[in-house]
Ligand binder design. Structure first.
Ligand code: ATP
Length: 203
């Protein structure tokens, strides 16, 4: 099965685009959802975190106290790298499980949405990278309209992510999301045809 990663900056339209692939029957997984699963209550990931940081990192209901964990790793590089050494392999394991279960369905390719693909250097693990691209001014406008954030806050978030150019540099395919939703449906259909043809060669 061909593994396709889909990435893009905040509010670039990843969900809008991945929903369009889902509607075409493509199996889609979301790295953000898998990251939450990796530390959900009673998970092996959360058990390891409690062993490393102590049970006080858990709330009374047994779930992870994210605010407390954030404050611990904020100024402690060793704590941060220990946390990453626990969480990253767990996310990889869950992603691989998800892809294996997709393989049972007989689809030719699957799509994994990974917002921070460039930032985490994971592109090499995928056969094909799709980037959702928007001009920065459109991105800022959509981000503010959706989240009600100020211009300054929206710019700060963009500055903390990889740049548009860095993402485009690793793209095998680009979906340009600067026009309307109608246009997305057409672009996704065309790319789906291309990916299906590529996946046939891949298998
Ligand atoms: P995040 O990075 O926060 O997960 P995202 O990349 O998944 O966001 P979406 O949630 O799909 O982005 O889109 C961001 C916002 O822009 C949403 O409010 C969405 O409705 C809007 N939007 C997306 N594509 C278009 C478009 N082509 N035309 C108009 N609005 C759009």
């Amino acid at each position: 099965m061909m593994r396709v990663a889909l990435t893009g900056g905040i509010a670039s339209g990843k969900t809008t685009v991945s929903d369009a692939f889902s509607e075409l029957g493509v199996p889609v997984a979301d790295a953000d959802v898998l990251s939450r699963q990796a530390v959900q209550i009673n998970s092996p990931g959360l058990k390891q975190i409690a062993e490393r940081f102590g049970n006080t990192i858990l709330k009374a209901d047994g779930t992870l106290d994210r605010a407390k964990l954030r404050s611990i790793i904020f100024n402690d590089e060793k704590a941060r790298s220990d946390l990453e050494a626990i969480v990253h392999p767990e996310v990889r394991r869950l992603t691989n499980n998800q892809i294996s279960s997709f393989e049972q369905t007989g689809h030719l390719y699957c799509l994994i949405v990974i917002p921070l693909l460039v930032e985490t250097g994971q592109q090499k693990r995928y056969d094909h990278v799709v980037v959702v691209d928007v001009p920065v001014d459109v991105q800022l406008q959509r981000l503010q309209a959706r989240d009600g954030s100020t211009d300054a806050d929206a710019k700060k978030i963009l500055a903390s992510q990889a740049s548009r150019e860095e993402r485009l540099a690793i793209a095998d395919s680009v979906i340009v999301n600067s026009a309307g939703i109608e246009d997305i449906t057409h672009q996704v259909q065309a790319l789906h045809n291309e990916l299906t043809a590529l996946a046939k060669k891949h298998s």
